[in-house]
Design a protein around this ligand. Structure first.
Ligand code: ZN
Ligand code: CU
Length: 487
């Protein structure tokens, strides 16, 4: 007898990614697509998986990552597929691995979050980077942003200044090249040096090609603290003047003085949603993580060092304790540890919950995959939303939680036939146990695969099974396709 399907998943509780209630069914996969969903009791599959009532959901889409290099250096993508992620949006916060015709030494922060040594910055053009991803695919799909900070480093000698008209012209040319090669948008990290020197007008001018290509503008805003509302207004202005959708990266309100102001931020966002396309992502933790700096340490209730080039032995320890061991002030300790990364506790739990819960908020990990002692969001974001925030705290239903990491994200980024379980869609699936799923990664032990994930399938190939990668690397570089792009 002939096998009808390549993979046949029996007895699933199907959560289709649209937010609709789950239903019972079998799922038949042929090639890279879902061929049938329904009662398939009489059918056969080359591979059969009986879920016994456990959940089949669309593979999760990580709306915010820094996986540009991970896809090449660790193509199994274990931190991501282990938690059910099948697509990553890379190139965020102004930081993209390409284009980089000549690598600055030392690597300009925050570009060193991708690669401290600079040996992975080997792609002179965005097209060369995409060609490499296609030649040596990763386990996950990706959608790529080109970073404004990267473009500044490539085109400017004095990064402390606004770009000159000629430099803007060059950056704009590189944005066009990246979009032609297959990037889906531009990201900025206006919060960070050296992009902080860029006036709003520079960003608007550099982003001009986005409109023609129907790209998106994603931003780590200039200020997420006292001036968060000004930064939101700046973001909306950029979106309006360029004429494209905006994605507010890791929406949060930072600093004790601003705790509670997520309501104000959401009010401003909702008011502006009436006139333009706005969405946001969020990670489910009260600590953030980025380059180590004394300023950021001062505004935080606790700081953990996530990596250090000169003093790697301190990765994973509290800055407090390190300063004591070194017998110096925190500020001096930061100096001795740098270049380094930090995990900063400076958000209020109630703000995190309010933002996570908002019906327009997508889930994004913002994980930093090359840190020695990474923030647990790298391995734990998606299961923590489903387990801790969904099942334990009841912040939302399982269907809603999954929508925030699948259907909503696919719609916002224009990823056609992804983020949804229906006949004809791509076979990206995560199979898991709703009763046990949760993050196993903690601040103390940040590298740990999630609990409750059974199997993860990308483009019809199993990439994670029995708690480990299968070695399959079916990932593709996805294009943005929207209704507007098709007309
Ligand atoms: Zn960021
Ligand atoms: Cu980021």
């Amino acid at each position: 007898m002939q096998d009808t399907f390549d993979i046949l998943i029996r007895n699933a509780s199907v959560v289709d990614g649209s937010g609709a209630p789950r239903y019972s069914g079998d799922i038949g996969i042929r090639g890279d697509r879902i061929a049938r969903i329904g009662g398939l009791a009489g059918e056969r599959g080359k591979l059969e998986i009986d879920l016994g009532g456990r959940i089949a959901a669309p593979g999760f889409i990580d709306a915010h990552t820094h996986d540009d290099r991970l896809m090449l250096s660790n193509p199994d993508m274990a931190p991501k597929v282990s938690q059910g992620v099948t697509t990553v949006v890379a190139g965020n916060c102004g930081i993209s691995l390409a284009p980089m015709p000549q690598v600055p030494q030392p690597v300009t922060p925050p570009l060193n979050l991708l690669d401290e040594d600079g040996k992975w910055f080997t792609f002179p053009t965005f097209a060369a980077y995409i060609a490499q991803l296609k030649a040596t695919p990763a386990a996950t799909n990706c959608a790529l942003l080109v970073g404004h900070t990267t473009l500044r480093v490539v085109t400017m000698d004095d990064l402390q200044e606004p770009a000159t008209p000629r430099q803007i012209e060059r950056m704009r040319g590189l944005v066009r090249e990246a979009l032609e090669a297959g990037a889906i948008g531009v990201s900025t990290g206006l919060f960070y040096e050296p992009a902080i020197a860029a006036p709003t007008e520079e960003v608007i001018a550099v982003c001009q090609p986005l409109k023609e290509f129907d790209g998106v503008y994603c931003t780590h805003m200039r200020n997420e603290g006292d001036r968060v509302v000004d930064s939101l207004e700046e973001t909306f202005r950029i979106g309006r003047e360029v004429g494209v959708p905006v994605v507010i990266s890791h929406l949060k309100v930072v600093g004790e003085a601003n705790h509670g102001r997520s309501q104000e931020a959401i009010d401003v966002i909702e008011r502006n949603m009436a006139g333009q396309t706005i969405c946001m992502d969020c990670y489910p933790y009260t600590a953030g993580s980025t380059v180590l700096s004394a300023d950021r340490a001062t505004g935080s209730s606790r700081v953990i060092v996530s990596w250090s080039k000169p003093l790697p032995q301190y990765a994973g320890q509290d800055l407090d304790a390190i300063a004591k061991q070194l017998g110096c002030s925190q500020e001096e300790a930061v100096k001795r540890l740098s270049p380094a990364g930090g995990i900063y506790f400076r958000l209020a739990e109630s703000d995190v919950q309010r933002i996570l819960k908002h019906d327009k908020t997508m889930i994004g990990s913002d994980g930093l995959p090359h840190d020695a002692a990474p923030h647990p969001r790298l391995w734990g974001t998606f299961p923590r939303v489903l387990g801790h925030y969904g099942r334990l705290l009841g912040l939302f239903s399982l269907e809603t939680a999954i929508y925030k990491m699948t259907g909503l994200t696919a719609k916002n980024f224009g990823l056609k036939d992804r983020g949804v379980l229906r006949e004809g869609a791509f076979a990206d699936l995560t199979l898991f146990d709703a009763e046990t799923i949760d993050s196993a990664a903690t601040y103390e032990k940040p590298i740990a695969p999630a609990r409750g994930i059974a199997s993860v399938i990308v483009n019809g190939a199993v990439v994670w099974q029995d708690g480990k990668p299968t070695g399959s690397r079916p990932g593709r570089v996805l294009q943005r396709e929207t209704a507007r792009a098709e007309t």
